[in-house]
Design a protein around this ligand. Structure first.
Ligand SMILES: Nc1ncnc2c1ncn2[C@@H]1O[C@H](COP(=O)(O)OP(=O)(O)OP(=O)(O)O)[C@@H](O)[C@H]1O
Length: 289
């Protein structure tokens, strides 16, 4: 069991933006979902964890070691899958992994070869190992991304919006790969997709404006809203009225009709009580902010 502990972390950029505002998180083995809208501060938090920038104050420890005092303590155990690599060279999957493995310090060539072939097999790209990476589909690229993140057997893997742009089948395949990996190591999944967090994470945090607004087990957070979510199909003008008098946490079209959800101990007349979802937790939490 690994443990990444973040305590009272603060970071204000030179322009005055407080991107990390007194954040404390305890992250164990498994997939930890970091959920928040654009600009919430997720990337700032990731960058600070991986040592790309220093916080103004606070503490980060990994398995007891002080990460801020000794950034290599976490760096050598870290894998990173960025949102987008940007450049895909005209190099085969195998050769590119080989190159990246050397950069990661896997210097023994026999060990490197064994590790790369095992990883290609794990991410289901073994049969494509001689193909150039720039010819890969979006899903194959993301799985390649996982393979490169796992080079050197990291204990923490950070993945940033990994399923953006994947079709449903590729997304499923990618998510099942993540959940398999998350059995042994820490995966921090930064995303604004509630569905991915619901499917994958046993612990999560909701961030906005540099602050953690809620954290815990998704099921427990959902259960806290039991009996507090109300739904009704409305017209556009009704929506306006309800927005004035109630906490409308979401509105969406279902079969062409607008359906809104409110949170509160009591629903207005004609609303029905519905089972809460993680989406309700997310929107209700952001609304309270
Ligand atoms: N280097 C920087 N200098 C100044 N402000 C920054 C810097 N990096 C980020 N910010 C600001 O800090 C806030 C948090 O940004 P951050 O990128 O951490 O959010 P995010 O949750 O990762 O969003 P996204 O999903 O869009 O990447 C934003 O207001 C952003 O404009």
């Amino acid at each position: 069991m690994h443990q990444l502990s973040i305590q009272n972390l603060q970071k204000t950029y030179a322009n005055g933006v407080k991107a990390i505002n007194n954040i404390s998180l305890a992250i164990g083995t498994g997939i930890f979902g970091l959920l928040g809208p654009n600009g919430a501060g997720k990337s700032s938090l990731m960058k600070t964890i991986v040592g790309l920038q220093k916080p103004d104050s606070g503490q980060i420890t990994f398995n007891g070691a002080d990460v801020l005092a000794d950034p290599t303590a976490v760096k050598r155990h870290l894998g990173f899958l960025p949102q987008d690599f940007g450049v895909y060279p005209k190099t085969s999957a195998y050769d590119l992994l080989n190159h990246l493995a050397i950069l990661k310090g896997v210097t023994n060539s026999a060990e490197r070869k064994e590790q790369i072939l095992a990883l290609l097999d794990k991410v289901n790209l073994y049969q494509h190992r001689k193909k150039e990476v720039h010819t890969f589909s979006g899903g194959m690229r993301q799985r390649f991304g996982v393979a490169q993140a796992l080079l050197g057997n990291p204990k923490i893997v950070i993945v940033d919006e990994p399923t953006a742009g994947l079709d449903p089948e590729e997304r499923n395949r990618f998510n099942s790969l993540l959940s398999e990996i998350g059995e042994d190591i820490i995966i921090i999944l930064s995303t604004h997709l509630v569905e991915d967090v619901r499917n994958l994470c046993s612990k999560m945090a909701i961030m906005n404006n540099g602050t953690v607004l809620a954290q815990g087990n998704p099921e427990v957070l959902i259960a806290q809203l039991d009996g507090k979510i109300w739904q009704k199909q409305v017209t556009r003008s009704e929506l306006k009225t309800y927005k004035q008098d109630h906490t409308v946490i979401s509105s969406q079209f279902i079969a062409g009709k607008m359906s809104i959800r409110l949170s509160g101990d009591q629903g207005p007349d004609s609303f029905i009580s519905v089972a809460p979802t993680l989406e309700d937790v997310y929107f209700a939490t952001l609304n309270q902010d």
